[in-house]
Design a protein around this ligand. Structure first.
Ligand code: ADP
Ligand code: MG
Length: 266
């Protein structure tokens, strides 16, 4: 195995199932004076699957991107394991912490963002070599394992343009997993896909959840959220309006705003 120079990594790896692994506290984001997150907090436990739902423009993507500091909050705190990696303002982020976050918190986007000139396998290999310093040979071995895991070992040598959208998204998931993340973020991973292709992506995500991966998923797939999430977060206008079990939030929402949203999407 590759030696890990980042001490907090070991601390994260040893967090037991059910103990807190990630916490965002009082996160605010404004874009040129327009506040799109109004002080949002979420603590996530190891092994938990969280679905974030809500209308378009409510701040779901912005909030998700704060978890790996792809978006710098204008205020708030972010803690991974027992390391506070962000506090108050972005000028406080240490590069070591940023590296830790990007490696330990993997992400998949709505648009798969694969390199078009590389094959599926090369896409999965590249980050391992660059970010982890793995040898090409080890990275290929790991890459093939992961392509197999997402059901694509027979597509390893194909370019993204030769793959369906669902297959491309599964390559993107394999690529994220290749960095051995402890937490996975998904931002509407199926919304660019035809429903039947979305199903194969959701199946891979469901397997990951069953294996105990900690996941935060922004999704419009209410059935998936209901089946797979431990906790559902409903956001509107830059706030968390309601949260709880899927049964509570999706089946018996307390707030009128939640009911209005759900009646439009279910
Ligand atoms: P959601 O994912 O729930 O649809 P977003 O987090 O993408 O919502 O956006 C929340 C709000 O922030 C929207 O009003 C959006 O227009 C605005 N916004 C998002 N990203 C930017 C940006 N880079 N610059 C300016 N405004 C942005
Ligand atoms: Mg979004």
């Amino acid at each position: 195995a590759v030696p890990d120079p980042l001490t907090p990594t070991a601390a994260i790896r040893s967090i037991p199932e059910g103990a807190q692994i990630l916490e965002a506290r009082d996160i605010k984001v404004d874009f040129s004076g327009h506040q799109v997150l109004n002080g949002v907090s979420l603590a996530v436990n190891r092994g938990e699957v969280i679905a974030i739902i809500g209308p378009s423009g409510s701040g779901k993507s912005t909030f998700l991107r704060c978890f790996n500091l792809l978006q710098s909050p204008s205020a708030g705190h972010l803690t991974i394991g027992d390391t506070e990696v962000f506090s108050g303002s972005s000028s406080n982020i240490r590069s070591r912490d940023l590296l830790l976050l990007r490696r330990k918190v993997g992400m998949c986007f709505q648009s798969f963002n694969l390199f078009p000139h590389l094959t599926a396998l090369e896409n999965v290999v590249l980050a391992q070599v660059r970010a982890l310093g793995r040898s090409k040979r080890d990275a290929r071995t790991r890459g093939m394992q992961l392509l197999d895991r997402v059901g694509l070992s027979d597509r390893a040598d194909m370019k993204p343009s030769q793959l369906s959208g669902g297959q491309q998204q599964r390559v993107a998931i394999a690529r994220a997993l290749a960095l051995d993340p402890e937490i996975m973020l998904f931002d509407e991973p199926t919304s660019a896909l035809d429903p039947e292709l979305g199903v194969e992506v959701l199946a891979v995500m469901r397997e990951l959840a069953d294996e105990g991966m900690t996941m935060i998923i922004v999704t419009h797939e209410m059935h998936f959220a209901e089946d797979v999430a431990d906790r559902v977060i409903f956001m509107a206008d830059g706030n968390i309006v309601e949260e709880g079990t899927p049964k509570k939030v999706i089946r018996n929402p307390e707030h009128a705003r939640t009911r209005k949203f759900l009646s439009a999407v279910i």
